[in-house]
Design a protein around this ligand. Structure first.
Ligand SMILES: [Zn+2]
Length: 600
């Protein structure tokens, strides 16, 4: 597997990575640089070749998340090249495209991600993992090809409304990663007071502002920062204000497809369409869209009357209307996105408008990117052989945080395979000698129990193979097996597919279930439906779904050594519920434990 970062090795924005194996290629992200003037053709990295219609070697483009600096070049791509991305991300980009002022195409069809589910394309296997980021439906990507693994972090953080995702990602991360391409947007920024603000802190700060303001509150944020819109909505409700959105924001919220995210028809939400957007609607024929969101529509007069109890999701296109409708008495302006836009002058006209009306700028924001603490935690758990910086202005600073950093510049090709060969050549002779194979006896012979095949693993080679396929660290148990302190079974279905790895430990001549997990030490990948014969867990998940849960996750836990599925669910009141259920896998593990002890 060969890799080239075409852009991103020492800059934030415009990320584009190419991966090649046997002449076949895929791209990870295809972004527009932040300072680009939207001329897409000229923004294509000069080192990236063969994107025309005739070249069949590019098998697809895999987008990490719907931010322009990661997918803004898609319109310049030959339409035959399929595009992989999250299904909600695809809907959001499509919804935004309807409003876009510059030439902009919808992403070509391709693959819709499902977190943890692999996509096979040519010699590559691509597995997306849902992450917490300021863009909705964002993913990290694992790329596997011919025994090599590259993990691309995409953009992520651990302090948003989906911060639980970071924890669950740490638990389910693949093992044996050769190269981690790691974003470092926050590195090199002036240190804050040491505390990372969580999205819920932002909500509390909004509450303080909303409740003390005497007039209209205008919160200026990106309508695609869904976490932030939820914070505004919750703060508005806590301070008895109506959340007022425009049609663009309404369309993006709808495109999430998530009924728990605020929507234009909710009772505490109003739709207000500024003049410039009305022109857009006429020009682009968005009448159907307007009709869909018109249930709670208000006009300028009502907005003025209720200004004191309104939290407006502000965009600069509102300025003229607010001024004309006389809504600005005691108004307050809160800036709630990246400070850089102001610093580089994007909002200088807005600044002049605010000072003309005597309105101060107040900033409330938390980054969409992980702090160095969380970056370190990520690397510590993933333990990649190498960390390669991307999406950062300060690649050399990685060396202060991580030991195994390798810098690769834009346009430079490097190989995961060759690297290995070179490394081995440099090692002294005796260390390149093949590791001695270890063998031990099976306590229990291979057999079929119910719907499962139970295969004892009796050599270090078999453990290595199981570890590679299941992405766990079972290979480390070779010595314990040799010393008869441990035994490992591969649990497979009738057609031989590996479902789970079962490890038993021996203490005082007694065998105990030690661990029993699906691929990547996770339960989700172990196919809960299969293991939940009585359907109790799935029944509960369905019930919670009907109740409108915000988030749910499933976890295999070892209760007294027996794999138990724990469902954790955040219900609509923000309360966490836990539910433990027996699993077929748990019952099977107990049965094997019993059989082992009968042999002692
Ligand atoms: Zn991003």
């Amino acid at each position: 597997m060969r890799v080239c970062i075409h852009r991103g090795s020492h800059q934030i924005g415009g990320s584009c990575v190419e991966i090649e194996q046997n002449g076949l290629r895929i791209l990870l992200d295809f972004g527009l640089p932040l300072d680009s003037d939207h001329d897409k053709r000229s923004a294509i990295p000069a080192t990236l070749a063969g994107l025309n219609e005739r070249d069949q070697s590019v098998l697809g483009v895999f987008i990490s998340h719907p931010h322009l600096d990661h997918l803004g070049l898609l319109p310049a791509l030959a339409p035959r090249i399929p595009v992989g991305m999250g299904p909600a991300a695809r809907r959001i980009v499509t919804a935004a495209a309807a409003f876009s002022g510059h030439p902009w195409a919808r992403p070509a069809p391709g693959w819709d991600y499902r977190s943890g589910q692999s996509i096979d394309v040519g010699p590559f296997r691509v597995t997306p993992f849902l992450v917490d980021h300021s863009a909705y439906d964002a993913y990290a990507l694992l790329i596997e090809s011919q025994g090599k693994r590259l993990f691309y972090s995409g953009d992520f953080r651990a302090h948003g409304r989906k911060s639980a995702l970071f924890e669950s990602l740490l638990r389910t991360l693949p093992r044996g990663v050769d190269v981690m391409l790691l974003e470092g947007s926050t590195l090199g920024r002036p240190p804050n007071d040491g505390r990372i603000q969580h999205e819920s802190d932002i909500e509390d700060q909004f509450v303080a502002e909303f409740s003390s303001a005497q007039g209209l509150v205008m919160t200026h944020t990106s309508s695609q920062n869904i976490d932030r819109l939820v914070s505004i909505f919750r703060a508005a409700r806590r301070t008895n204000r109506l959340m007022v959105i425009d049609l663009y924001t309404a369309a993006i919220l709808q495109a999430t497809g998530n009924p728990n995210i605020p929507q234009s028809h909710w009772p505490d939400i109003r739709l207000y369409v500024p003049q410039r957007q009305r022109m857009q609607i006429r020009k682009k024929g968005l009448f159907d869209l307007l009709r869909q969101h018109a249930k709670n529509r208000i006009y300028s007069e009502k907005l003025r009357e209720r200004a004191k109890s309104v939290a407006l999701v502000f965009r600069p296109i509102h300025c003229l209307d607010l001024e004309k409708a006389n809504c600005l008495t005691d108004a307050r302006y809160i800036y709630s996105q990246w400070a850089g836009y102001w610093e580089r002058g994007d909002f200088s006209a807005l600044g002049a408008w605010l000072s003309r009306h005597g309105i101060d700028k107040k900033s409330i924001h938390t980054s969409g990117h992980a702090s160095s603490v969380h970056l370190e935690e990520f690397v510590r758990v993933l333990t990649p052989r190498k960390v390669v910086p991307i999406h950062t202005f300060v690649p050399e600073q990685y060396k202060r945080l991580f030991q195994n950093v390798e810098l690769h510049g834009d346009g430079e090709w490097w190989s995961l395979d060759k690297e290995e060969g070179e490394r081995n050549e440099r090692l002294p002779q005796k260390r390149t000698a093949k590791k001695k194979q270890q063998h031990w006896s099976p306590v229990l012979e291979a057999q079929k129990i119910g719907q499962f095949q139970i295969v004892p693993l009796t050599s270090s080679k078999q453990l290595g193979s199981e570890g590679w396929h299941m992405m766990n660290c079972v290979a480390d148990y070779s010595n314990a097996c040799k010393n008869d302190e441990y035994r490992v079974f591969s649990i497979r279905n009738i057609s031989g597919k590996r479902l789970a790895t079962l490890g038993l430990t021996r203490k005082n001549n007694q065998w105990f279930v030690d661990q029993c997990f699906g691929p990547r030490n996770s339960a989700e990948n172990a196919n809960l439906e299969l293991f939940d014969k009585h359907g109790k867990a799935m029944e509960m998940v369905d019930w919670y779904r009907e109740e409108g849960v915000l988030e749910s996750s499933t976890d295999f836990d070892l209760e007294h050594g027996v794999p138990t599925a724990t469902l954790s669910v955040i219900n609509r009141y923000g309360k966490v519920d836990y539910l433990e259920v027996d699993t077929d896998l748990g019952l099977l593990a107990q049965e094997i434990e019993q059989l082992m002890n009968n042999r002692e």
